[in-house]
Design a protein around this ligand. Structure first.
Ligand SMILES: [Zn+2]
Length: 204
C-alpha cells in the first residue's frame, strides 16, 4: 500500500519516528515538522470520521476506509482549528483538508500522523510513502503520450522558425520604408528645384 506524505509541500524529514513514540509510551506514529500553515491532505482517500479538539492531540482530523472487511483508520494531531472537510464527507482527491499547527501537547509546529488497521497500530516505516500520486500507465497510454510529445515538440520548432521569419520580414519592411522615405525626400527636393527653375524662366 502506498501513501502520500500529509503535507502539500516539501517533506522535511521526521522529527520523531515510531520507535521514539513507543519509547515515550505512545502508539507508533510519525512526527513531521512541517512549517506552521502548511496545508494537509489525506495520505489516502477515505471518509472523514472526526474533526475537532481532542486533549493532547490538540486539533485533530481522522478518517477511515475499508479494504474488504478491514477497517483502516488514520489521524493527524496538532492542527490549526480550521478544517476544510466535515465528518461523513468522502474525500477522493489529495486536496487540502486542514492546516499544520502547534495545538495540544506540542513543542513546535508539526503533524503527528498515526495509522491503525482493525484497531491495531501500524508502523508507517513498513509502508511506501511518496510525495506525488504515482500514475500507472499501460504501454498503449505511454505510446500516445510519446507521440503527442514528439508532435508538440515539432510544432514548437515550427513556431520558433515562424517567429524568426517574421523578424527577418519586419527588418526587410523597415529597410524598404527607409528607402522609400529617402526617395520621397529626393523627389521633394527635385520638385522644389523645378518650381524655382519655372519661376526664373517665366516670371509672373
Ligand atoms: Zn507525535
Amino acid at each position: 500500500m502506498t501513501f502520500l506524505y500529509p503535507g502539500l509541500g516539501p517533506f522535511p524529514g521526521l522529527s520523531s519516528d515510531s520507535d521514539d513514540h513507543i519509547a515515550r509510551g505512545y502508539g507508533a506514529a510519525w512526527d513531521i515538522p512541517y512549517a506552521d500553515g502548511t496545508y494537509l491532505r489525506l495520505a489516502r482517500p477515505g471518509r472523514i470520521y472526526s474533526v475537532g479538539e481532542r486533549g493532547e492531540c490538540g486539533n485533530h482530523l481522522s478518517w477511515e476506509w475499508y479494504e474488504g472487511t478491514d477497517r483502516h483508520f488514520m489521524w493527524y494531531c496538532h492542527m490549526e482549528d480550521l478544517y476544510y472537510v466535515q465528518p461523513g464527507e468522502e474525500v477522493k482527491k489529495a486536496r487540502p483538508v486542514g492546516i499544520v499547527g502547534d495545538s495540544g501537547l506540542s513543542t513546535g509546529s508539526h503533524v503527528h500522523w498515526a495509522y491503525e488497521i482493525n484497531g491495531v497500530r501500524q508502523r508507517l516505516e513498513d509502508y511506501e510513502i511518496v510525495q506525488e500520486a504515482q500514475v500507472a500507465r499501460t504501454a498503449g497510454q505511454q505510446r500516445i503520450i510519446d507521440v503527442i510529445t514528439v508532435n508538440m515538440n515539432q510544432r514548437l520548432e515550427e513556431a520558433k522558425s515562424d517567429i524568426l521569419a517574421a523578424k527577418v520580414h519586419n527588418e526587410l519592411v523597415a529597410r524598404n520604408i527607409n528607402l522609400a522615405q529617402g526617395r520621397l525626400t529626393v523627389l521633394d527636393q527635385e520638385i522644389t528645384h523645378m518650381v524655382q527653375l519655372i519661376a526664373e524662366q517665366w516670371p509672373v
